[in-house]
Design a protein around this ligand. Structure first.
Ligand SMILES: Nc1nc2c(ncn2[C@@H]2O[C@H](COP(=O)(O)OP(=O)(O)O)[C@@H](O)[C@H]2O)c(=O)[nH]1
Ligand SMILES: [Mg+2]
Length: 298
C-alpha cells in the first residue's frame, strides 16, 4: 500500500532538496504536485485541501525559505502534517475498564470483521494474557458463526456455543452473562455486515451497542475500497460513535488514501491494521511509522 503515493511524493521532494534556495513559487509548484498525488491516492478532497493549506502556511514563512536547507524543512513540514492527518499518536485498544470488557466489531460484509476478531483474540490472549470470549452475532449467513468458531479454535480461545434461532441481541446478552459468570476479561462481539449501508443493519448493531455498552466500538474497513471506505466510516460514526478503526488489507496494493482521511472524517483513531489473511497478521497503527513509510523514510 501507499507505493504510488510514496513514489510521487519522493519525486517532489528530491526536486526540492536539490535546489539550494527556494522561492515561494517553488513551494507552490511542489504543493500542486502533492495535492494531485494525494487526490490520486483517494484521499478525501476536504482532507487534501486542509493538508495543503496547513503545509503552505508553515512553509511560506521567511524562516523556512531562508533557512540553510529549505527543501529539507518543507519535507519535515509535510511529514509532520502527515502524522497529524493520520491521527498524531498511536492509540492502543482500550483495556482500562472493569472486566468483562465488551469490544464490538462493526462494518460492511467482507471488510474483515470476523478475521480481525480472531486476530484480536489471539493477540489479547498471547500478548496481554487475557481470557477472551469470542461471540458471533452474525445470524445473517449460516456459515458465519462456524467461521468464528474455527478461528477461535486456531487462536486457542473460547467461542460462545452456537444456539440456533437466537437473535443478535439475545446472543450478546448470553455472551456477557457467560463472561461475567466464567470470569472472562474480554468479550469480542462479531456482528453481521451488509453489502452496503442500510438502516436495518445500523438499527440492529445500535441495539446491541445500547445493550452491552462496549468499551470499544471498532469499525473494520477494507483499505481497498478507497473513497467508499470514507463514506462507510462516516455513516457508522454518525450512527454508533466509533472509538476506533481497523483498516484491513494493508498488504494489498490499495492506494491508501482512506487511511489519511479516516481521522479527519470520524475523529476516531485508526488503532489496528490487518496485513494479511493469517491469524497473526495484525499490527498496531503508528502514525509516525506510516508517515515515514509514505515519505520513504520508514
Ligand atoms: N489480504 C488480506 N485479507 C484479509 C485481511 N483481513 C481479512 N481478509 C480476508 O477477507 C475475507 C473476508 O473476511 P471476513 O473476516 O470474513 O469479513 P467479514 O464479512 O467482515 O466478517 C477473508 O477471506 C479474509 O481472509 C487482511 O488484512 N489482508
Ligand atoms: Mg463475518
Amino acid at each position: 500500500m501507499f507505493d504510488t503515493l510514496s513514489g510521487r511524493l519522493s519525486e517532489v521532494f528530491d526536486r526540492l532538496r536539490r535546489r539550494g534556495a527556494l522561492s515561494e513559487a517553488d513551494v507552490t509548484d511542489a504543493l500542486r504536485e502533492i495535492r494531485l498525488a494525494l487526490l490520486d491516492a483517494d484521499v478525501a478532497l476536504f482532507v487534501v485541501k486542509d493538508f495543503v493549506a496547513n503545509v503552505r502556511e508553515k512553509a511560506i514563512g521567511a524562516e523556512v525559505l531562508r533557512s540553510v536547507s529549505p527543501g529539507q524543512m518543507v519535507v519535515k513540514i509535510v511529514n509532520d502534517e502527515l502524522i497529524a492527518a493520520l491521527g498524531g499518536k498511536a492509540v492502543p485498544v482500550n483495556l482500562l475498564a472493569p472486566a468483562p470488557i465488551p469490544i464490538l466489531m462493526v462494518g460492511l460484509q467482507g471488510s474483515g470483521k470476523t478475521t480481525t476478531s480472531g486476530k484480536l483474540a489471539l493477540r489479547l490472549r498471547t500478548r496481554e494474557r487475557k481470557k477472551v470470549l469470542l461471540a458471533s452475532l452474525d445470524t445473517q449467513r449460516p456459515a458465519a458463526q462456524l467461521q468464528l468458531e474455527q478461528l477461535a479454535q486456531r487462536a486457542e480461545v473460547t467461542s460462545l456455543p452456537i444456539i440456533a434461532g437466537q437473535t443478535p441481541l439475545q446472543i450478546a446478552h448470553r455472551a456477557m452473562d457467560t463472561a461475567r459468570r466464567e470470569l472472562y476479561d474480554i468479550v469480542i462481539l462479531d456482528t453481521a455486515g451488509r453489502l452496503s449501508l442500510d438502516e436495518t443493519l445500523m438499527q440492529e448493531v445500535k441495539s446491541v451497542q445500547m445493550a452491552v455498552n462496549p468499551v470499544e466500538t471498532l469499525l473494520v474497513v477494507d483499505a481497498m475500497t478507497g473513497q467508499d471506505a470514507v463514506t462507510t466510516a462516516s455513516a457508522f460514526n454518525t450512527a454508533l460513535g466509533l472509538t476506533g478503526i481497523v483498516m484491513t488489507r494493508l498488504d494489498s496494493d490499495a492506494r491508501g488514501g482512506a487511511a489519511l482521511s479516516m481521522h479527519a472524517i470520524t475523529g476516531a483513531p485508526i488503532k489496528l491494521v490487518g496485513t494479511g489473511e493469517k491469524l497473526d497478521a495484525l499490527d498496531n497503527f503508528d502514525p509516525e511509522r506510516i508517515a515515514g513509510r509514505i515519505l520513504g523514510m520508514g
